[in-house]
Design a protein around this ligand. Structure first.
Ligand code: C2E
Ligand code: CA
Ligand code: CA
Length: 554
């Protein structure tokens, strides 16, 4: 439909835009063809990379804030309007934020003509990804309302708390029962939470399956925990009343009013999200009160994960393979070495494997790093065997590598590539990551042995299903962890237990390696077992290849 000129001039439109600008989230604009002039709501300057809220030389200036690859299409659309082929502009494309990030916008505008000549387009820009203000499923206000409520209230009242609630495994409910059913659950959950609200509290919906209660009146953390328990109970009752048609739980993360007062809105949201996630990490169906030390640790883990990833993509810079001597207990001579991974960065210095190995496992990075370690250790072994034929290399393999990569094939081909006799290679597998026997793990032992390699069960005695694994894995060597060694040294009962175990292991024709021997006293006590191999600081600490070669390979 063509809009004919009604007598409304561009300057009158600009004045109207100024009046409307603070009243709306969208941005009204006018594009005046006669004067090649553009005017938009002044607030748009905060959101987009505009040169100003008014400018001439329109197409040229568009190039500064329209996403470059969307420019030709925009220009073609405007050309059609100016040439009279169409009268309505309706286009979905991207503008740039002040930080140069693309923002999807929908731009609509009606062309106004006067006696056939195009005068201007009057229209509106709205952000397609704009956050929903209200949620029609739960009937609650959303994030923007939470933000303005917090900003308005927090400074004058640094007391009370914020309780962020999230359904546990909500995705599964949606997957199993459909999203309509999921919506029903969300609606009921909102009702359950509303029923537990106390005077002066406000409830918002944060994300799909998360709710935030804000309490700025004088209530304590204990009150917050109590309220969380109340909500949990109300939901349990709802589940029961529905004859367990769907069983679900809710977790909670709590921030104090003081923490909110000290933080920006985005930090407060980060802390509350961390707290809720921490509750979920701690087993779900529970609540967690924000603790800045835990958060610092969490950030350190995050940073460390980034550094590990960067090292992997930069030729494993920062990783190093250390060697620790393994000693034959009968002859007290060098038998081989265990390869132990090290990681250092400028920022963190030397990081303990106890800290970074679990991160490598969680992120899956243990697969490339384990592969690098395998090759580095075999290369070292090949070098040492030039002087000491028969020298054994012991290599740690994580259960993640076994479950998520083709580790056996990799080991076998790496052993061949580095020209190391398979009979001189020991693969150490720790049982601590194994919750229950997995056929891929039990097959590992059989396949390695088929190829002539040896298998060691690491950290024996640290408290998992030990004996069970002897049968499942059929290892050649059992490594007794230092915690067990220490207990046996200081306690007769523990020593007897270890002795019995040692007899049993020997009767199965397996070998024993005692780890963590630090001094002659510990050695003589443990010799009574007797072990087949020993390892510990007494014989040598883990050290770089060159140092190991100088000390032990002569
Ligand atoms: P682990 O396999 O049980 O390695 C033996 C650990 O005991 C090493 O700790 C070693 O430095 C330490 N140790 C040796 N002798 C003594 C001693 O006399 N006293 C004391 N107090 N400690 C001793 P490290 O190097 O810190 O490694 C810790 C764990 O990290 C290893 O325990 C292993 O589970 C894991 N790890 C290390 N390197 C690798 C690797 O390349 N791959 C995998 N998957 N895990 C590795
Ligand atoms: Ca080990
Ligand atoms: Ca060990």
């Amino acid at each position: 439909m063509v809009s004919e000129f009604t007598g409304l001039t561009v300057s009158q439109i600009c004045e109207t835009i100024d009046i409307l600008s603070p009243c709306m989230d969208d941005f009204v604009y006018v594009y005046d063809f006669i004067n090649d002039f553009y005017y938009i709501s002044p607030l748009a300057v905060r959101r987009f990379r505009l040169p100003d809220h008014q400018f001439n030389n329109v197409i040229k200036n568009f190039a500064t804030f329209v996403y470059p690859s969307d420019l030709p299409e925009l220009q073609a659309d405007l050309d059609e309007i100016i040439s009279g082929k169409k009268d309505f502009h309706n286009m979905l494309y991207r503008w740039l934020s002040p930080d140069n990030d693309p923002i999807w916008i929908n731009c609509c505008g009606s062309l106004v003509r006067h006696e056939g000549t195009p005068l201007y387009i009057l229209g509106c820009i709205n952000e397609v990804g704009n956050r929903q203000q209200a949620d029609n499923v739960s009937g609650l206000l959303g994030f923007p309302a939470l933000q303005s409520y917090l900003l308005k209230k927090r400074n004058n009242q640094p007391q009370g708390y914020l309780l962020r609630l999230g359904l546990d495994d909500f995705k599964e409910i949606n997957e199993k029962l459909g999203s309509d059913y999921g919506d029903l659950i969300l609606k009921h959950t909102a009702k359950c939470i509303t029923a537990c609200l106390l005077p002066d509290q406000q409830l918002f919906r944060a994300m799909a399956d998360e709710y935030v209660i804000v309490n700025f009146s004088d209530r304590s953390m204990e009150d917050a925990v109590e309220q969380y328990k109340n909500i949990r109970k109300t939901i349990d009752d709802f589940v029961r009343e529905n004859n367990y048609e769907v069983v679900y739980t809710i977790s909670g993360g709590i921030l104090t009013g003081a923490q909110i007062a000290q933080s920006s809105f985005s930090d407060a949201m980060k802390f509350s999200e961390f707290s809720l996630n921490e509750a979920k990490r701690q087993g779900k169906n529970c609540c967690y009160v924000f603790n800045s030390e835990h958060y610092e640790k969490f950030l350190r883990r995050l940073k460390l994960s980034q550094l590990l990833r960067r090292a992997v993509t930069h030729n494993f810079k920062g990783f190093e393979a250390y060697l620790q001597p393994l000693v034959d207990a009968d002859t007290n001579t060098l038998y081989g070495a265990e390869s132990l991974m090290r990681f250092h960065t400028e920022e963190f210095g030397m990081v303990s494997p106890a800290e970074f190995i679990p991160l490598l496992e969680e992120t899956g990075l243990i697969i490339p790093v384990g592969r690098w370690m395998l090759n580095t250790a075999l290369n070292f072994c090949h070098e040492i065997q030039k002087t000491l034929p028969g020298f054994k290399i012991s290599i740690n393999v994580s259960y993640v590598q076994v479950l998520k990569s083709n580790i056996v094939a990799e080991i076998i081909s790496a052993v061949a590539k580095h020209k190391v006799p398979p009979s001189t290679v020991i693969i150490e597998l720790t049982e601590s990551g194994l919750v229950e026997p997995d056929s891929r793990i039990t097959k590992l032992g059989a396949r390695l042995k088929e190829k002539g390699l040896h298998l060691a069960l690491d950290d024996f005695g640290t408290g998992y299903s030990n004996f069970h694994y002897l049968n499942e894995l059929k290892p050649d060597i059992i490594k007794i962890d230092r915690t067990f060694t220490l207990k046996a040294i200081s306690n007769d009962y523990e020593f007897k237990l270890l002795s019995l175990m040692s007899n049993m292991v020997h009767s199965m024709d397996l070998r024993i390696c005692v780890e963590g021997i630090e001094n002659p006293g510990e050695l003589s006590r443990m010799k009574a077992l007797p072990p087949d191999y020993c390892q510990g600081y007494y014989f040598g600490r883990p050290c770089p290849f060159n140092e190991f070669s100088e000390r032990f390979v002569v």
